[in-house]
Design a protein around this ligand. Structure first.
Ligand code: F0G
Length: 361
Protein backbone atom coordinates (compact mmCIF):
# COMPACT_ATOMS: atom_id res chain seq x y z
CA UNK A 1 0.00 0.00 0.00
CA UNK A 2 1.06 3.54 -0.58
CA UNK A 3 2.82 5.14 2.35
CA UNK A 4 2.50 8.77 1.36
CA UNK A 5 3.44 11.70 3.61
CA UNK A 6 0.89 14.27 4.71
CA UNK A 7 1.79 17.93 4.39
CA UNK A 8 1.25 20.95 6.55
CA UNK A 9 0.60 24.38 5.16
CA UNK A 10 1.97 26.98 4.58
CA UNK A 11 4.09 25.42 1.83
CA UNK A 12 7.83 26.01 2.33
CA UNK A 13 9.19 25.47 -1.21
CA UNK A 14 10.59 22.28 -2.70
CA UNK A 15 13.91 22.18 -0.83
CA UNK A 16 12.31 22.35 2.62
CA UNK A 17 9.36 20.12 1.73
CA UNK A 18 11.53 17.41 0.17
CA UNK A 19 14.86 17.93 1.96
CA UNK A 20 15.31 14.21 2.69
CA UNK A 21 15.04 13.41 -1.03
CA UNK A 22 17.46 16.10 -2.23
CA UNK A 23 21.27 16.48 -2.18
CA UNK A 24 21.26 19.42 0.25
CA UNK A 25 22.81 19.99 3.67
CA UNK A 26 22.86 22.70 6.32
CA UNK A 27 25.57 24.37 4.21
CA UNK A 28 23.17 24.81 1.28
CA UNK A 29 21.83 28.38 1.20
CA UNK A 30 18.08 28.87 1.23
CA UNK A 31 17.10 30.72 -1.94
CA UNK A 32 13.47 29.68 -2.25
CA UNK A 33 10.68 31.71 -3.84
CA UNK A 34 8.25 29.08 -2.43
CA UNK A 35 8.08 27.18 -5.70
CA UNK A 36 6.19 23.88 -6.04
CA UNK A 37 3.02 22.85 -4.24
CA UNK A 38 1.06 23.41 -7.44
CA UNK A 39 -2.50 22.11 -7.84
CA UNK A 40 -3.52 18.90 -9.58
CA UNK A 41 -6.80 19.86 -11.22
CA UNK A 42 -9.26 17.20 -12.36
CA UNK A 43 -10.46 17.70 -15.93
CA UNK A 44 -14.12 18.57 -16.10
CA UNK A 45 -14.63 18.67 -19.86
CA UNK A 46 -11.73 17.45 -22.00
CA UNK A 47 -11.12 14.20 -20.08
CA UNK A 48 -14.78 13.18 -19.74
CA UNK A 49 -15.31 13.94 -23.43
CA UNK A 50 -12.82 11.20 -24.38
CA UNK A 51 -14.45 8.25 -22.67
CA UNK A 52 -16.10 7.55 -19.35
CA UNK A 53 -13.08 5.41 -18.47
CA UNK A 54 -10.37 8.08 -18.57
CA UNK A 55 -9.84 10.29 -15.55
CA UNK A 56 -7.60 13.15 -16.63
CA UNK A 57 -5.69 15.45 -14.26
CA UNK A 58 -3.71 18.60 -14.95
CA UNK A 59 -0.56 19.42 -12.96
CA UNK A 60 -0.78 23.18 -13.33
CA UNK A 61 2.86 24.26 -13.22
CA UNK A 62 2.08 27.72 -14.53
CA UNK A 63 1.39 28.67 -10.90
CA UNK A 64 5.06 28.56 -9.94
CA UNK A 65 6.78 31.88 -9.03
CA UNK A 66 8.04 32.60 -12.54
CA UNK A 67 5.13 30.85 -14.23
CA UNK A 68 6.67 27.53 -15.26
CA UNK A 69 7.91 24.19 -13.90
CA UNK A 70 11.50 25.40 -14.31
CA UNK A 71 11.45 26.96 -10.83
CA UNK A 72 11.55 23.54 -9.14
CA UNK A 73 14.87 22.65 -10.71
CA UNK A 74 16.25 26.16 -10.73
CA UNK A 75 15.97 26.60 -6.96
CA UNK A 76 18.23 23.56 -6.59
CA UNK A 77 20.69 24.55 -9.33
CA UNK A 78 21.06 28.07 -7.92
CA UNK A 79 21.29 26.98 -4.28
CA UNK A 80 24.06 24.52 -5.15
CA UNK A 81 25.88 27.02 -7.37
CA UNK A 82 25.79 29.51 -4.50
CA UNK A 83 27.00 26.84 -2.08
CA UNK A 84 29.94 26.18 -4.43
CA UNK A 85 30.84 29.88 -4.44
CA UNK A 86 29.67 30.75 -7.95
CA UNK A 87 29.01 34.39 -8.69
CA UNK A 88 27.67 34.04 -12.23
CA UNK A 89 25.17 31.65 -13.81
CA UNK A 90 24.50 30.95 -17.47
CA UNK A 91 21.89 29.13 -19.53
CA UNK A 92 20.55 28.66 -23.04
CA UNK A 93 16.81 28.93 -23.20
CA UNK A 94 13.65 29.07 -25.23
CA UNK A 95 12.50 31.49 -22.51
CA UNK A 96 11.27 29.75 -19.38
CA UNK A 97 14.62 28.53 -18.15
CA UNK A 98 15.91 32.07 -18.71
CA UNK A 99 13.11 33.56 -16.62
CA UNK A 100 13.72 31.10 -13.79
CA UNK A 101 17.52 31.43 -13.92
CA UNK A 102 17.26 35.19 -13.88
CA UNK A 103 14.82 35.26 -10.95
CA UNK A 104 16.65 32.79 -8.73
CA UNK A 105 20.08 34.22 -9.54
CA UNK A 106 18.84 37.64 -8.48
CA UNK A 107 17.27 36.20 -5.33
CA UNK A 108 20.61 34.56 -4.51
CA UNK A 109 22.67 37.66 -5.27
CA UNK A 110 24.34 36.26 -8.38
CA UNK A 111 24.70 37.67 -11.89
CA UNK A 112 22.96 35.73 -14.66
CA UNK A 113 23.54 35.49 -18.39
CA UNK A 114 20.85 34.03 -20.65
CA UNK A 115 21.27 33.09 -24.32
CA UNK A 116 18.01 33.03 -26.26
CA UNK A 117 17.32 32.26 -29.94
CA UNK A 118 16.70 35.61 -31.67
CA UNK A 119 13.07 36.10 -32.63
CA UNK A 120 11.76 32.89 -31.06
CA UNK A 121 11.13 33.72 -27.43
CA UNK A 122 7.61 34.60 -26.31
CA UNK A 123 7.13 38.15 -25.06
CA UNK A 124 6.25 37.33 -21.45
CA UNK A 125 9.41 35.30 -20.98
CA UNK A 126 11.60 37.98 -22.51
CA UNK A 127 10.03 40.59 -20.24
CA UNK A 128 10.84 38.43 -17.23
CA UNK A 129 14.51 37.90 -18.11
CA UNK A 130 14.90 41.65 -18.57
CA UNK A 131 12.98 42.61 -15.45
CA UNK A 132 14.89 40.19 -13.21
CA UNK A 133 18.08 41.76 -14.53
CA UNK A 134 19.70 38.98 -16.54
CA UNK A 135 22.31 39.91 -19.14
CA UNK A 136 20.07 38.82 -22.01
CA UNK A 137 21.81 37.93 -25.27
CA UNK A 138 19.72 37.29 -28.35
CA UNK A 139 21.68 34.78 -30.40
CA UNK A 140 21.53 34.47 -34.18
CA UNK A 141 20.76 30.78 -34.11
CA UNK A 142 18.38 28.32 -32.48
CA UNK A 143 18.26 26.83 -28.98
CA UNK A 144 20.72 24.09 -29.89
CA UNK A 145 23.25 26.73 -31.01
CA UNK A 146 22.75 28.63 -27.74
CA UNK A 147 23.31 25.50 -25.66
CA UNK A 148 26.49 24.60 -27.56
CA UNK A 149 27.95 28.02 -26.69
CA UNK A 150 26.85 27.81 -23.05
CA UNK A 151 28.41 24.37 -22.60
CA UNK A 152 31.73 25.49 -24.03
CA UNK A 153 31.88 28.62 -21.89
CA UNK A 154 30.85 26.90 -18.65
CA UNK A 155 33.36 24.08 -19.17
CA UNK A 156 36.23 26.55 -19.45
CA UNK A 157 35.32 29.55 -17.31
CA UNK A 158 34.05 30.06 -13.77
CA UNK A 159 30.39 30.29 -14.72
CA UNK A 160 27.73 27.90 -13.36
CA UNK A 161 25.70 26.13 -16.04
CA UNK A 162 22.04 25.97 -15.00
CA UNK A 163 20.48 24.19 -17.98
CA UNK A 164 18.94 20.80 -17.29
CA UNK A 165 22.33 19.21 -18.02
CA UNK A 166 22.97 20.33 -14.46
CA UNK A 167 22.04 17.27 -12.33
CA UNK A 168 20.60 19.45 -9.55
CA UNK A 169 17.93 20.68 -11.98
CA UNK A 170 16.72 17.08 -12.34
CA UNK A 171 16.68 16.63 -8.57
CA UNK A 172 14.45 19.63 -8.06
CA UNK A 173 12.13 18.84 -10.94
CA UNK A 174 11.50 15.28 -9.76
CA UNK A 175 9.48 16.74 -6.86
CA UNK A 176 6.57 17.32 -9.25
CA UNK A 177 6.18 13.54 -9.53
CA UNK A 178 6.14 13.31 -5.73
CA UNK A 179 3.36 15.88 -5.58
CA UNK A 180 1.27 14.07 -8.20
CA UNK A 181 1.55 10.85 -6.16
CA UNK A 182 0.54 12.65 -2.98
CA UNK A 183 -2.47 14.31 -4.63
CA UNK A 184 -3.77 11.08 -6.19
CA UNK A 185 -2.84 8.72 -3.34
CA UNK A 186 -0.39 6.98 -5.70
CA UNK A 187 1.01 7.39 -9.18
CA UNK A 188 -1.31 7.81 -12.16
CA UNK A 189 -1.47 5.02 -14.75
CA UNK A 190 -0.10 7.36 -17.43
CA UNK A 191 1.80 10.65 -17.32
CA UNK A 192 1.91 12.83 -20.44
CA UNK A 193 4.05 15.91 -20.95
CA UNK A 194 5.61 18.08 -23.65
CA UNK A 195 9.23 17.24 -24.46
CA UNK A 196 11.82 19.76 -25.65
CA UNK A 197 15.28 19.46 -24.16
CA UNK A 198 13.93 16.32 -22.45
CA UNK A 199 14.84 17.23 -18.89
CA UNK A 200 11.36 17.20 -17.45
CA UNK A 201 10.27 13.75 -18.62
CA UNK A 202 13.57 12.42 -17.27
CA UNK A 203 13.05 14.17 -13.94
CA UNK A 204 9.48 12.90 -13.51
CA UNK A 205 10.68 9.38 -14.18
CA UNK A 206 13.40 9.80 -11.50
CA UNK A 207 10.77 10.99 -9.05
CA UNK A 208 8.27 8.25 -9.73
CA UNK A 209 10.99 5.60 -9.44
CA UNK A 210 12.36 7.09 -6.23
CA UNK A 211 8.96 7.01 -4.47
CA UNK A 212 8.46 3.43 -5.62
CA UNK A 213 12.00 2.32 -4.66
CA UNK A 214 11.63 3.82 -1.20
CA UNK A 215 8.36 1.94 -0.71
CA UNK A 216 6.31 5.14 -0.60
CA UNK A 217 4.29 4.05 -3.64
CA UNK A 218 3.96 0.62 -5.14
CA UNK A 219 3.72 1.16 -8.89
CA UNK A 220 4.97 3.33 -11.77
CA UNK A 221 3.18 5.23 -14.52
CA UNK A 222 3.65 4.83 -18.25
CA UNK A 223 5.44 7.95 -19.56
CA UNK A 224 4.11 9.64 -22.71
CA UNK A 225 6.45 12.22 -24.27
CA UNK A 226 4.82 14.60 -26.74
CA UNK A 227 6.79 16.65 -29.27
CA UNK A 228 5.80 19.11 -31.98
CA UNK A 229 5.85 17.59 -35.48
CA UNK A 230 8.46 20.09 -36.71
CA UNK A 231 10.73 19.47 -33.71
CA UNK A 232 10.39 15.77 -32.97
CA UNK A 233 13.91 14.27 -32.78
CA UNK A 234 12.89 11.67 -30.20
CA UNK A 235 10.03 10.46 -32.38
CA UNK A 236 12.25 10.19 -35.46
CA UNK A 237 15.25 8.84 -33.56
CA UNK A 238 17.60 11.47 -34.98
CA UNK A 239 18.36 15.16 -34.40
CA UNK A 240 16.41 17.77 -36.38
CA UNK A 241 18.67 20.43 -37.91
CA UNK A 242 16.06 23.16 -38.31
CA UNK A 243 13.32 22.64 -35.72
CA UNK A 244 10.13 24.62 -36.34
CA UNK A 245 6.93 24.93 -34.29
CA UNK A 246 4.63 27.62 -32.95
CA UNK A 247 5.25 26.02 -29.55
CA UNK A 248 8.53 27.92 -29.25
CA UNK A 249 9.25 26.50 -25.78
CA UNK A 250 9.87 23.08 -27.33
CA UNK A 251 11.50 24.25 -30.58
CA UNK A 252 14.56 22.03 -30.00
CA UNK A 253 16.27 19.70 -32.47
CA UNK A 254 18.86 17.92 -30.36
CA UNK A 255 17.74 17.46 -26.74
CA UNK A 256 20.49 17.38 -24.13
CA UNK A 257 18.68 14.75 -22.02
CA UNK A 258 18.08 12.47 -25.02
CA UNK A 259 19.29 9.23 -23.43
CA UNK A 260 17.47 9.77 -20.13
CA UNK A 261 14.23 10.52 -21.95
CA UNK A 262 14.52 7.39 -24.08
CA UNK A 263 15.12 5.45 -20.87
CA UNK A 264 12.03 6.95 -19.23
CA UNK A 265 9.85 5.96 -22.15
CA UNK A 266 11.31 2.49 -22.62
CA UNK A 267 11.54 1.51 -18.93
CA UNK A 268 7.97 2.66 -18.35
CA UNK A 269 6.56 1.04 -21.49
CA UNK A 270 5.73 4.49 -22.86
CA UNK A 271 6.13 6.24 -26.19
CA UNK A 272 7.03 9.49 -27.92
CA UNK A 273 4.52 11.00 -30.28
CA UNK A 274 4.56 14.04 -32.56
CA UNK A 275 1.58 16.36 -32.89
CA UNK A 276 1.03 19.04 -35.50
CA UNK A 277 0.96 22.70 -34.52
CA UNK A 278 -2.77 22.73 -35.39
CA UNK A 279 -3.46 19.91 -32.94
CA UNK A 280 -1.42 21.59 -30.21
CA UNK A 281 -3.10 24.96 -30.74
CA UNK A 282 -6.60 23.43 -30.76
CA UNK A 283 -5.98 21.93 -27.33
CA UNK A 284 -4.31 25.16 -26.17
CA UNK A 285 -7.53 27.01 -26.98
CA UNK A 286 -9.77 24.30 -25.47
CA UNK A 287 -7.89 24.24 -22.16
CA UNK A 288 -8.61 27.91 -21.60
CA UNK A 289 -12.10 27.87 -23.09
CA UNK A 290 -13.45 24.72 -21.43
CA UNK A 291 -11.28 24.10 -18.38
CA UNK A 292 -10.39 27.66 -17.33
CA UNK A 293 -6.70 26.77 -17.59
CA UNK A 294 -4.64 29.30 -19.52
CA UNK A 295 -1.34 27.80 -20.59
CA UNK A 296 1.28 28.56 -23.19
CA UNK A 297 1.10 26.62 -26.47
CA UNK A 298 3.84 24.06 -25.68
CA UNK A 299 2.12 23.27 -22.39
CA UNK A 300 -0.93 21.99 -24.23
CA UNK A 301 1.08 19.37 -26.13
CA UNK A 302 0.78 16.66 -23.48
CA UNK A 303 -3.00 17.02 -23.31
CA UNK A 304 -3.26 17.14 -27.09
CA UNK A 305 -1.25 13.92 -27.21
CA UNK A 306 -3.55 12.19 -24.75
CA UNK A 307 -6.60 13.24 -26.76
CA UNK A 308 -5.07 11.87 -29.94
CA UNK A 309 -3.98 8.61 -28.32
CA UNK A 310 -7.42 8.16 -26.76
CA UNK A 311 -9.07 8.56 -30.15
CA UNK A 312 -6.74 5.90 -31.51
CA UNK A 313 -7.80 3.54 -28.71
CA UNK A 314 -4.37 3.57 -27.04
CA UNK A 315 -5.79 3.48 -23.50
CA UNK A 316 -8.04 0.52 -24.22
CA UNK A 317 -11.24 -0.13 -22.32
CA UNK A 318 -10.10 -0.21 -18.73
CA UNK A 319 -10.51 2.66 -16.27
CA UNK A 320 -7.28 4.68 -16.21
CA UNK A 321 -5.93 7.85 -14.61
CA UNK A 322 -3.86 10.11 -16.85
CA UNK A 323 -1.86 13.04 -15.45
CA UNK A 324 -0.80 15.79 -17.85
CA UNK A 325 1.73 18.45 -16.92
CA UNK A 326 0.71 21.95 -17.99
CA UNK A 327 4.26 23.27 -18.00
CA UNK A 328 3.87 27.03 -18.30
CA UNK A 329 1.37 29.86 -17.83
CA UNK A 330 -0.61 31.35 -20.71
CA UNK A 331 0.62 34.85 -19.88
CA UNK A 332 4.06 33.77 -21.09
CA UNK A 333 2.87 34.16 -24.69
CA UNK A 334 0.26 36.92 -24.86
CA UNK A 335 0.78 37.43 -28.61
CA UNK A 336 -0.43 33.92 -29.34
CA UNK A 337 -3.48 34.29 -27.12
CA UNK A 338 -4.50 37.55 -28.73
CA UNK A 339 -3.92 36.32 -32.27
CA UNK A 340 -6.19 33.34 -31.71
CA UNK A 341 -9.21 35.05 -30.19
CA UNK A 342 -11.70 37.63 -31.47
CA UNK A 343 -10.50 41.16 -30.71
CA UNK A 344 -12.42 43.23 -28.15
CA UNK A 345 -15.11 45.54 -29.57
CA UNK A 346 -14.91 49.19 -28.63
CA UNK A 347 -18.19 50.56 -27.31
CA UNK A 348 -19.52 53.76 -25.75
CA UNK A 349 -19.99 53.92 -21.97
CA UNK A 350 -23.67 53.64 -22.58
CA UNK A 351 -25.92 51.07 -20.91
CA UNK A 352 -28.58 51.09 -23.64
CA UNK A 353 -25.98 50.30 -26.30
CA UNK A 354 -24.47 47.57 -24.11
CA UNK A 355 -27.90 45.99 -23.62
CA UNK A 356 -28.44 45.96 -27.37
CA UNK A 357 -25.05 44.42 -28.11
CA UNK A 358 -25.57 41.76 -25.47
CA UNK A 359 -29.11 41.00 -26.63
CA UNK A 360 -30.47 41.67 -23.16
CA UNK A 361 -33.40 43.81 -24.27
N1 F0G B 1 7.01 23.26 -21.71
C1 F0G B 1 7.52 24.47 -21.54
C2 F0G B 1 6.59 25.59 -21.28
C3 F0G B 1 8.92 24.66 -21.60
O1 F0G B 1 9.41 25.88 -21.42
C4 F0G B 1 9.75 23.56 -21.87
C5 F0G B 1 11.21 23.73 -21.99
C6 F0G B 1 9.16 22.31 -22.03
C7 F0G B 1 7.79 22.19 -21.94
C8 F0G B 1 9.96 21.09 -22.30
O2 F0G B 1 10.68 20.68 -21.18
O3 F0G B 1 12.97 20.87 -22.09
O4 F0G B 1 12.53 19.61 -20.00
O5 F0G B 1 11.77 18.71 -22.20
N2 F0G B 1 11.78 24.86 -22.00
C9 F0G B 1 13.23 25.03 -21.99
C10 F0G B 1 13.58 26.49 -21.77
C11 F0G B 1 13.94 24.40 -23.12
O6 F0G B 1 14.65 26.94 -22.19
O7 F0G B 1 12.81 27.19 -21.13
P1 F0G B 1 12.07 19.92 -21.36
Amino acid sequence: MANLPTRKWPWRGVIEEYRQFLPVSDATPVVTLLEGGTPLVESKVLGPSLSGKIKMYFKYEGLNPTGSFKDRGMVMAIAKAKEDGATMTMCASTGNTAAAAAAYSSAAGMASVVLIPAGYVALGKLSQALAYGARTLSVEGNFDDCLRCVREICENYPVALVNSLNPYRMEGQKTAAFEVCEALGGPPDFHALPVGNAGNISAYWLGYKEYRDRGITDSLPVMLGIQAAGAAPLVHGKPVDHPETVATAIRIGNPARWNDAVKAASESGGIFRALTDEEILATYADLARYEGLFVEPASAAGVAGVRKLAHEGYFGDRAVTVACTLTGHGLKDPDRAISMAPQPETVRADVAQLLDILGLR
